[in-house]
Design a protein around this ligand. Structure first.
Ligand code: UDP
Length: 240
């Protein structure tokens, strides 16, 4: 498979990626490792936007199922993403990578508010920009936040870091012999309900022609490898 070179990318990290082998919260070693992946990608000349999830701390939908009011629970989930964003920023700064966090919910003493032109300037200066709080509204997810920011920031692709090396026709952890796709189009992902990102995020990527590269972020050095067109991954894009 040949993958195009993507210059400006948006890396989507789910909260689960940050908890390492734990069941909850932030694992410092894992965050440090993810930061090294980001630093290597930047050193290879890529511009990086990062969107972090919050599922390792709080999920609105799960909280609503046990009695929380949904909108309130979602705001709590968005606050969790800000904690994760600060953790990633901290890890990046510890290895000398200049970083800014921008939140969709303004939080003046903690981080910058999301301002597209300002984010653009940070990228031009070689900074990594971490977008927190999703789209800033309840009833959405950080997948939608990733698709929205990728469109606004004119990213060439979304890189979705997961714990598997691509998109399969069935769950490879449950179904032996599940087949991995090298490439698949958005329509097939939606019609087969393949769980890559939620449907609204997939539709936004399809409509704005933003490919999604699904890869395993748990493997050391993999982000840089996949960015260089090597290594195993699945690219989701519009068909010819
Ligand atoms: N959330 C929200 N609006 C957004 C983004 C996130 O309400 O635009 C809330 C929602 O409750 C969600 C939680 O924040 O469950 C954490 O985000 P997400 O589930 O997307 O995190 P991930 O699965 O990537 O860890």
């Amino acid at each position: 498979m040949t993958r195009p070179r993507f210059q400006r990318i948006l890396l989507k990290l789910s909260g689960e990626v940050l908890m390492g082998s734990g069941q909850f919260g932030i694992d410092p070693d894992t965050v440090a490792r993810v930061a090294r992946e980001i630093a290597a990608a930047r050193e290879a000349g890529h511009e990086l936007c990062v969107v972090v999830g919050g599922g390792n701390i709080f999920r609105g939908l799960a909280a609503a199922e046990v009695g929380f009011e949904r909108a309130t629970a979602d705001y709590m989930g968005m606050l969790a993403t800000v904690m994760n964003a600060l953790a990633v920023q901290n890890a990046l700064e510890q290895i000398g990578v200049d970083t800014r966090v921008q939140s969709a919910i303004p939080m003046a003493s903690v981080c910058e508010p999301f301002i597209r032109r300002r984010a653009e300037r940070h990228l031009e200066k070689g900074r990594v920009v971490i977008f927190a709080a999703g789209v800033g509204s309840p009833f959405f997810t950080t997948d939608s936040g990733a698709a929205l920011r990728a469109a606004e920031m004119k990213c060439d692709a979304i890189f979705k870091g997961t714990s598997v090396d691509g998109v399969y026709d069935a769950d490879p952890k449950k179904v032996p012999g599940a087949k991995r796709y090298d490439e698949i189009d958005f329509g097939t992902v939606l019609s087969r309900d393949l769980k890559i990102m939620d449907a609204s995020a997939i539709a936004l990527c399809r409509d704005n022609n933003i490919p999604i590269v699904v890869f395993n972020i748990r493997e050391q050095g993999n982000l840089a490898r996949v960015l260089a067109g090597e290594g195993t991954a699945t690219i989701v894009r519009n068909g010819e």
